[in-house]
Design a protein around this ligand. Structure first.
Ligand code: WT7
Length: 632
């Protein structure tokens, strides 16, 4: 396709054009899609309200571009290859023709249950093909999907359903994840006790675990699709109609519902997928992310399907039945492009090369990394032992809010440097600013990463609360989108993300708000107050360190800690469980009552020599106390 860059000179030329004439640049790319009605104008924007619109008055349906458009040329090509949790079970393949049919059937089932354009539908499912079918069926009828990661607790699920005011939940009886058997439907039932907006629950049978059925509300997937036709006209969507909501953590309050719209998201998902991974027709592409995260949305479902690729979906986990599972799957399905997270790489590296050696891995052509900074050691291990020094690594930087990859090498085109996300994609204008918001010109600078010009797949609002979107991303630095990340630009103009500068922690690549974890801990009846900070962790990138104040002195500290872990699992999910819990008498607070996290971070990092000035604290003595009991 015309808009796939094939060498570094073309990259430079495309980048230059995208700066000089952004509207023409994106107009040419958008022209490759099926529009029911062409847009009148490419872009209108301001970062003050903010108000960003792409492909104005264009009418389309993203599923026609993911599915119908490929039927003539790729109808019998696999769209999805599905690898189940158990090695002994059969993999499934679904061609574009079959996927189109199944999406249409399920879309008709949703309609029959009363779903219509604009409704919000919550999807809480295991990693099975029906998850992709559910997502696409929502898009087919113009319903807004709200996928919630299957590892979140009933409370997190309920929060997300309530905030988006969903009317339907699509779920499964249970989920297999490694040796675990997770009762999803039971979690849904518990969540729905506080979600009166839900009218219907569609349940896919996966593990055959028993569950309760609520008459009139719950319906089996197989019953829902009975007699539904495989003809379903795609709903006409405006470019700026909402496609989905996806919740992400912030430094304060509850998670926010990041809103992505139809036209711009589609254009950028496809463009970034084809260019970053340099996907060639016929290749097998595998992204290991769960669809519950943005990576699964953009680079497991939408991007690859828009590009007519074969996308592999894996139900299980990297260490089941053993730490060779990823490599086994790569050989089994002859995967050409493999996209995973640094945490997975580090944990598999720690298990030793014996799990890698049995596999050839000779189908691999491109490797990817996403979600957190990849340290040099992990990068090199990945390059040597998995890529056999012949596969370029694309270290892709982006966010739930950006919708797609913004800074990354283009595979085999951009010269890579370990731990650098390298250069922005065409159309992306990163700037680094100091704390006062002054733009740092030139190279060899370090500051806060912002983007100064809109791109098609950027966040439009936070669901139900536009002001929160403005404050969070557009208020810190005037006329800039602020990412929350620190970043360096080196002598070659390459970008290196140094990590978050706000109160969120990246734990195994998952973004968690410290305030959210504290709220969960505080649900324990004996805990009066808590403060959570991150500390560097060899495998997870960052670990969670919780300082807690207990109301009544508890003799059984060990049990108290176990109860706190259980409380966090219940209110958030097990990914948010603290690695370390220290019971303290007080927290370091300023006279105005603000917790000085800087000090707690230093203690958690065991950097006691650099605590900084503690004289402004209300009670400097608490610091000595905390230091004495610190866990290292
Ligand atoms: C945050 C966004 C990107 C989709 C999945 C995560 C961190 C992401 C990288 C990278 C260094 C990275 C940033 C970013 N991050 N990719 N290649 N190098 N850091 O989406 O959960 O919204 O998290 O992940 O801190 O702000 P997310």
């Amino acid at each position: 396709m015309a808009t796939r860059i094939t060498n570094i000179e073309e990259y430079k030329a495309a980048y230059k054009t995208s700066l000089e004439t952004p509207e023409q640049f994106w107009d040419e790319i958008a022209g490759e899609f099926v529009w029911k009605k062409k847009y009148d104008k490419v872009l209108e924007w301001n970062f003050l309200e903010p108000d960003v619109k792409w492909f104005i008055n264009g009418k389309l349906n993203i599923t026609e571009n993911c599915l119908d458009r490929h039927l003539a040329t790729k109808g019998n090509q696999n769209a999805i290859i599905w690898e189940p949790n158990e090695t002994g079970h059969q993999a499934r393949t679904i061609t574009y023709k079959e996927l189109h049919e199944q999406v249409c059937i399920f879309a008709n089932a949703l309609k029959k249950l009363g779903a219509k354009k604009g409704d919000r539908i919550c999807i809480y499912m295991p990693m099975v093909p029906e998850l992709a079918i559910a997502v696409l069926a929502c898009a087919r009828i113009g319903a807004i999907h709200n996928v919630v990661f299957g590892g979140f607790s009933y409370k997190s699920l309920a929060d997300r359903i309530q905030d988006a005011d969903c009317t339907i939940v699509i779920t499964a009886d249970g989920a297999y994840r490694g040796a675990k058997d997770i009762p999803l439907k039971a979690v849904v039932d518990e969540a729905l006790e506080t979600c009166p907006s839900i009218e219907k629950v569609i349940v896919l049978k996966r593990t055959n675990i028993e569950y309760n059925t609520v008459q009139g509300r719950d319906i089996l997937w197989e019953d829902a699709i009975k007699d539904c036709s495989s003809d379903c006209a795609a709903e006409v969507m405006d470019s700026e109609d909402m496609l989905f909501i996806l919740y992400t953590s912030g430094s304060t309050g509850k998670p926010k519902g990041v809103v992505h719209t139809t036209g711009g998201y589609m254009v950028y998902a496809d463009y970034s997928f084809r260019n970053v991974f340099q996907y060639d027709d016929g290749e097998i592409y595998w992204c290991t992310a769960d669809v519950g995260w943005i990576t699964g949305h953009t680079y497991l479902i939408y991007g690859p399907l828009l590009a007519g690729a074969t996308t592999l979906m894996f139900e299980g986990i990297p260490t089941y039945p053993d730490a060779g599972r990823f490599w086994n799957i790569i050989d089994k399905h002859k995967v050409n492009i493999f996209y995973t997270a640094p945490t997975a790489i580090r944990s598999l590296e720690a298990m030793g090369l014996d799990f890698v050696k049995p596999y050839k891995l000779d189908s691999l052509r491109v490797l990817g990394s996403v979600g957190e900074p990849i340290n040099k050691e992990a990068w090199e291990w990945y390059h040597l032992n998995i890529g056999k020094e012949k596969c370029p690594i694309v270290d892709t930087w982006w966010q739930t809010e950006t919708g797609g990859i913004l800074i990354s090498p283009l595979a085999g085109i951009t010269k890579t440097k370990p731990s650098f996300a390298t250069l922005p994609l065409p159309g992306i204008r990163p700037v680094l600013v100091d704390e006062a918001g002054k733009i740092l010109e030139g190279n060899n600078v370090e500051g806060r990463l912002c983007i100064e010009f809109p791109w098609p797949s950027m966040i439009r609002t936070t669901y139900g609360n536009h002001e929160r979107c403005r404050q969070n991303y557009f208020d810190t630095f005037k006329n800039l989108y602020f990412t929350g990340d620190g970043c360096k630009r080196d002598e070659d103009g390459y970008y290196r993300i140094t990590g978050r500068v706000d109160d969120v922690i990246k734990v195994s690549g998952h973004l968690l708000g410290t305030a959210e974890i504290e709220n969960a801990i505080n649900e324990h009846p004996d805990i009066v107050e808590s403060a959570v900070v991150g500390f560097p962790h060899d495998i997870k990138g960052w670990g969670i360190y919780a300082f807690v104040i207990c109301e009544n002195e508890r003799k059984d500290e060990h049990n108290l800690k176990l109860e706190i872990l259980a409380t966090v699992s219940k209110y958030m999910g097990s990914i948010a469980k603290p690695d370390k819990i220290q019971i303290v008498k007080g927290l370091p607070k300023t006279r105005s009552g603000k917790i000085m996290r800087r000090i707690l971070r230093k203690i958690a990092e065991n950097d006691l020599a650099n605590l900084g000035d503690t004289s402004t604290l209300l009670d400097p003595a608490v610091v000595e106390d905390i230091k004495a009991g610190a866990i290292h």
